[in-house]
Design a protein around this ligand. Structure first.
Ligand code: HDE
Length: 690
């Protein structure tokens, strides 16, 4: 990248970038190296000598390459970009310059993550996704360390080690990896009913996003915006993806975990490399301080949402990711998020989950990044100036000048001095109470919002939730744990509990003490996500020799012009011979990929090509599986012949389209609409053997 339009953060990083092209090899001391392939030995076949400083340095550095992985959110992928507010309308509510200055582009680094798995675990496991944004504002770094679900498992952060120990692989045998489908997690869940609402989200399709670019983000806690005059407004942060919120289906997610464990990471990387920059809208739910107690839940309870129908989400700006990191370790691994990185104009609330996090994130960076100077690591450096009396420590890279490292001082002219005008001031909040170790009564209702979530789902979303509970609990070995979870689910909804009980073979519960309240919040459903475009959807074209190549090229051009990513797959790499004697380049050989990598499939026409595809089990399976997973299927010309052997029904309204003639005029619009709709969840796919 070059030119003046680069962000201040990007330009700052120039000072750290190392370009090793056209260079000679040296040691860490800059000594030129003559040979790095042979260690220094006493004789051709003799022992290696201690004086081989190059050997020792190379091996020692290698021995120390690893740092502890994050205790949670170990697996992640990151990217740079910017945030800009739509206008200055927040000026009345906050001093935060990056939120209130129209046209101001604040550089950001975003890291997405799974929670439970190790650094090398698969991307598509059932889990919460982290959505952490570091804003490099001119008033210092602001970190919004959120998730893709708006609530959390527990209400008080003192329970976090218990929760994490329960969900992580079990301690005696370190199994299962990156999965919540085991006894200890569900044991904790059944004994800690405050987890119920979050477990509904985790058992929903939200926990298996199609793409990191197609998921929402939430700050989860209630925070505060603070105005110039000190007046505060409670706020919840929401990120809404421009491409809509879309998910995988469970069978697909499990298969991808084997076929391409980097699926979500690769998808993010490739989209940015291709210039399809992912985008989210920042929205705020704003609650005046005086309305704090006007809800039937506590604003300080992170197991609760504020239903959007009660407090609408106000769009205030957009986030765009436009640059991949140069180096995974230096940037994505070493980025250090911390909830306490906050700028004037934003403040915390007394949410006990938030309060504990204010301690944990700094503490964890000290062990992970080896000392107190991690804010000096390039990715963590603010673009705002850093001037203070902090000194020394491991990995100090600053060369502070002068004699005064204390305040107040006279030998350094008093500087750096605090700035009461511009400096961060904590919101003035009156606190009155006993020092006490207890949970507020206002946190006691663990079921109403879980019921609200369930009530807000459409039929197929409920089916997926029931199937997920059955899958997870079906892997639990202790019957008492299964029964305990069903008992809790019965308090959410009786029908849900009965369906789950049936699937796992425990007794169905009797009617619950409190019946379903019947309320719903339509905004919680993913069923009516925007379906007006196919940008960045991946479409596979299955071809063989004798394919109608011209038609394939025409359709690909059309879909590509709409922003889709098209790939040509054939039994072998290279190219296939078209029916008209022309050649069609193959993107990748079919055996190296699978239908689960794509959003839609087109079976190209051409007698010989289709015959070969029908005789190729991989191709047949590809079509059946795409159909089974609810994806749009198109068959051009004789391509229609593959549908029957692939168990694909052409019943209308189910996203399967055929075209008989050369003209794709009638085929294209409904096919495009079907890809945009993303899934057809009502297909009769149970008997499809894929
Ligand atoms: Fe975290 N969390 N967390 N968390 N969290 C960490 O910090 C913690 C919570 C979240 O990409 C750790 O640097 C406590 C809620 C994200 O680098 C650690 C509690 C939410 C990331 C930690 C919570 C999150 C973390 C591990 C109280 C959503 C990844 C490594 C119950 C609002 C950031 C690290 C990245 C990471 C502690 C709960 C989101 C140990 C004590 C709620 C996205 O400090």
């Amino acid at each position: 990248m070059g030119g003046d339009d680069r962000s201040e953060k990007d330009r700052q990083l120039d000072g750290y970038r190392v370009d090793e092209r056209d260079s000679f090899l040296t040691t860490d001391q800059g000594i030129p190296v003559a040979d790095t392939d042979n260690s220094l030995k006493a004789g051709e076949r003799g022992p290696t000598l201690l004086e081989d400083f190059h050997f020792r340095e190379k091996i020692t550095h290698f021995d120390h390459e690893r740092i502890p992985e994050r205790v949670v959110h170990a697996r992640g992928a990151g990217a740079y970009g910017y945030f800009e507010p739509y206008d200055g309308s927040l000026a009345a509510l906050t001093r935060a310059e990056f939120l209130r200055t129209p046209g101001l582009r604040t550089p950001v680094f975003v890291r997405f993550s799974t929670v439970a798995g190790s650094r090398g675990s698969a991307d598509t496991v059932r889990d919460v996704r982290g959505f952490a944004v570091k804003f490099y504002t001119r008033q210092g770094n602001f970190d919004l360390v959120g998730n893709n679900m708006p609530v959390f498992f527990i209400q008080d952060s003192i329970k976090f080690p218990d929760f994490v120990h329960a969900v992580k692989p079990e301690p005696h045998n370190e199994m299962p990896q990156a999965s919540s489908a085991h006894d200890t997690l569900w044991d904790f869940v059944q004994l800690q009913p405050e987890t119920t609402h979050m477990m509904m989200w985790v058992m929903s399709d939200r926990a298996i996003p199609r793409s990191l670019r197609m998921m929402q983000g939430f700050g989860v806690h209630t925070f505060r915006l603070v105005a110039e005059d000190g007046r505060a407004t409670f706020v919840k942060f929401h990120w809404k993806p421009a491409l809509g919120t879309h998910s995988l289906v469970w069978d697909e997610a499990q298969k991808i975990a084997g076929k391409d464990p980097d699926f979500n990471r690769r998808d993010l990387w490739e989209a940015i490399e291709r210039g399809a920059h992912p985008e989210w809208e920042l929205g705020l739910q704003l609650v005046p301080e005086e309305d704090e107690h006007s809800f039937d839940f506590d604003l300080l309870d992170s197991t609760k949402i504020i239903p959007e129908e009660q407090v609408p989400v106000r769009p205030v700006g957009r986030l765009v990711l436009d640059r991949n990191p140069d180096n995974f370790f230096a940037e994505t691994e070493q980025v250090a998020f911390h909830l306490a990185n906050i700028v004037p104009g934003i403040d915390f609330s007394d949410d006990p989950l938030l309060q504990g996090r204010l301690f944990s994130y700094l503490d964890t960076q000290l062990i992970r990044l080896g000392g107190p100077n991690f804010p000096q690591i390039p990715v963590n450096r603010p673009i705002a100036e850093v001037r203070n009396h902090q000194r020394d420590g491991y990995h100090q890279t600053r060369v502070n000048q002068g004699r005064a490292a204390y305040h107040p001082n006279s030998v350094g002219g008093g500087a750096p001095v605090p700035s009461p005008e511009d400096g961060f001031t904590h919101h003035r909040e009156r606190i009155d109470g006993y020092k006490i170790r207890m949970r507020s009564e206002s946190f006691a209702d663990h079921y109403s919002q879980a019921t609200l979530f369930w009530n807000s789902m459409t039929g197929w979303e409920r089916d997926h939730i029931v199937a997920a509970f059955r899958f997870e609990l079906g892997k639990v070995e202790v019957r008492g744990i299964q029964e305990g979870v069903v008992r809790n689910l019965n308090e959410v909804d009786h029908d849900l509990a009965v369906r789950v009980a049936e699937g796992i073979g425990v007794d169905a519960p009797g009617l619950p003490a409190t019946p379903n309240h019947g309320r719903s919040s339509p905004a919680l459903s993913m069923s009516d996500e925007p379906a007006d475009g196919i940008a960045t959807r991946k479409i596979a074209f299955l071809v063989g020799d004798g394919v109608d190549a011209e038609q394939v090229r025409g359709l690909m051009d059309d879909l590509t012009a709409r922003g889709a990513f098209c790939e040509v797959l054939a039994a072998r790499g290279g190219a296939v011979q078209g029916a008209a004697g022309d050649r069609l380049t193959v993107t990748r050989p079919l055996p190296t990929t699978a239908s689960v990598m794509y959003d839609a499939v087109v079976v190209a026409g051409g007698d010989e090509s289709v015959r070969a595809l029908i005789e190729d089990g991989d191709a047949l399976h590809f079509v059946s599986e795409a159909y089974k997973h609810g994806k749009a299927v198109g068959a051009l010309g004789t391509g229609v012949e593959i549908l029957e052997p692939a168990h694909v029904s052409t019943a209308p309204g189910q996203g399967v389209f055929t075209s008989s003639g050369a003209d794709l005029g009638a085929f294209l619009p409904p096919f495009v609409a079907a890809i945009a709709a993303h899934r057809f969840p009502h297909r009769p796919v149970r008997p499809v053997p894929a």
